[in-house]
Design a binder for this molecule. Structure first.
Ligand code: B12
Ligand code: SF4
Length: 434
């Protein structure tokens, strides 16, 4: 397909409830790299913008429509692709993001409304794709691309993780409606990837190779957020902020030296075994108010089974230390991991009774394609009525109505739902559910 003029729309699909009001940083990074080459793209986040997509498409007629997707908005992403093709049959529709990055070639194979998917980090591959489309060149070696050509599906080799990370510009937040993101407007990535082996964790985009931005890059981005958007709530979204503790300390030292008043929140989970008194004290000094620790289970056998690589002793010690230093210690827990039984509710409540935590984020354990957890269910569990081909019914797993997608002989569907609801209710009664 040859596209001669290049009008590009990048769309973040709506995610249903709860609404996701977090700036789409992935689209922001891509837009920033495009801008460096003087290519414009219009970013539309349907979670916060009240516009009719059909009207927009009919009026503006973008030639390339890129749609971002995670597993919970995959259905909406495909719906946007369909709508686009109905209104603009000649447009080139490409999907990106974590969902399709774990799906292999099955989306392009099954969905004629999707011309291509672009797996992995796309700051360099997407501009390359645009260049090829604009010049009518072959798409054969655009890394990460899976596309349809004359009814044949072609799958190019994957792209490499971007390294060094500082070569990418800050996300083009000026192209986002930053005023609509409330306290999440200050979301930031200081690193990508994680080298650990937790069996449930899907890292289809950032992968296992950890890469950190330099402290100078990070401090510059925080300064930009403060100056241009008046941000004081800073949410660090890294998969693993503390892999390089020296780098982490230098970032914190920089914030302290600049005397910035920040409400720093380590939102996406920090490993308890990476925490030291020194790091915590520095976090406190920067204005850090809360840390979410990725604990996942309070059962030592389950922790070992899911290869979290920490001990309950470390969990308890780090939570105590965090609270002692004056930072709220929240924990992420999953219910229904390999090894869990109907007793899990009691175990969780006994744990939170013994170890004072400030909050618990409870999820129903749900396997993502490509993980060892998925393979374990294939071998040891029994899938319930669930779309395993496209994962379009993947349950949002941290709400009351969540449901299991598999059961095991020693932890049945009924028991899973009962234990999940019971734990959530008990945590709610104690004011601990976050
Ligand atoms: C912020 C975040 C959230 C936020 C908002 C999500 C959002 N705005 O989409 C919140 C808190 C709401 C959230 C919730 C959930 N999340 Co979340 N979340 C993240 C997190 C930490 C960061 C996302 C992000 O901004 N990344 C940064 C940017 C730079 O990366 P990116 O978006 O992937 O973009 C790059 C590429 O993917 C690509 N790309 C992206 N879009 C597009 C579009 C096009 C056209 C192209 C070509 C390329 C492209 O280029 C970008 C630059 O390289 C990721 C973890 C991670 N490491 O990404 C998990 C992650 C996306 N979440 C995940 C999950 C499972 C969830 C939950 C289901 C968990 C739960 N407990 O319920 C819920 C869903 C809730 C719901 N209602 O739907 C998974 C998704 C797995 C998957 N394979 O789809 C991830 C990957 C975490 C993980 N390791 O498992 N999440
Ligand atoms: S859960 Fe956290 S520590 Fe484990 S592999 Fe994923 S990002 Fe790394």
């Amino acid at each position: 397909m040859v596209v001669t003029t290049m009008k590009i729309a990048l769309i973040q699909p709506p995610s249903g409830t709860p609404a996701l009001k977090v700036p789409p940083l992935g689209l922001g990074y891509i837009t920033a790299v495009l801008k460096r080459s003087h290519i414009e793209a219009k970013v539309i986040d349907l979670n916060v913008e009240n516009i009719s997509l059909s009207t927009y498409l009919s009026r503006e007629k973008p030639e390339v429509v890129g749609v971002s997707s995670i597993v919970t908005n995959a259905r909406q992403a495909l719906e946007i692709a369909r709508k686009t093709k109905n209104i603009l049959p000649k447009s080139f529709v490409v999907l990106g993001g974590p969902y399709l990055s774990m799906m292999g070639d099955r989306l392009v194979t099954r969905h004629k409304e999707v011309d291509a998917t672009l797996r992995g980090e796309a700051e360099f591959t997407f501009p390359e794709l645009i260049k090829r489309l604009r010049n009518g060149e072959s798409l054969d070696d655009v890394e990460g691309l899976i596309f349809r050509e004359d009814d044949e599906i072609k799958s190019n080799s994957p792209s490499n993780p971007i390294d060094p990370l500082d070569q990418i510009p800050y996300p083009a937040r000026e192209e986002l409606k930053m005023e609509l993101y409330g306290e999440n407007a200050g979301s930031i990535f200081t690193s990508r990837g994680c080298p650990y082996q937790c069996i449930f964790c899907s890292r289809p985009v950032f992968g296992r190779k950890w890469r950190g931005h330099s402290p100078d890059y990070v401090l510059g981005e925080i300064q930009h957020l403060r100056e241009y958007y008046g941000i004081s709530n800073l949410s660090v979204l890294d998969d693993n902020f503390t892999v390089d503790s020296d780098r982490a300390e230098r970032i914190l030292d920089g914030i302290i030296a600049k005397k910035w008043k920040l409400n720093l929140y380590f939102w996406n989970g920090i490993r308890v075994d990476h925490m030291t008194r020194n790091l915590l004290l520095k976090m406190r000094k920067t204005g850090c108010t809360a840390i979410n620790y990725g604990v996942e289970s309070v059962d030592p056998e389950v922790i070992s089974f899911i290869r979290k690589g920490v001990s309950l002793d470390q969990v308890e010690k780090t939570i105590r230390l965090t609270r002692e230093i004056g930072i709220r210690a929240n924990i992420f827990l999953m219910l229904g991991n390999p090894g869990d039984t109907a007793k899990v509710a009691d175990k969780i409540m006994a744990f939170v009774g013994k170890v004072q935590v400030d909050g618990v984020h409870l999820s129903m354990a749900t396997p993502l394609l490509g993980t060892k957890f998925w393979d374990w269910v294939e071998k040891n569990g029994c899938w319930l009525d669930y779309d395993r081909e496209e994962l379009l019914d993947w349950p949002i797993d941290d709400v009351d109505e969540s449901y299991p997608v598999f059961e095991t002989p020693d932890f049945t569907t009924y028991e899973r739902i009962k234990a999940y609801r019971k734990t959530r209710n008990l945590l709610k009664e104690k004011g601990l559910l976050i």
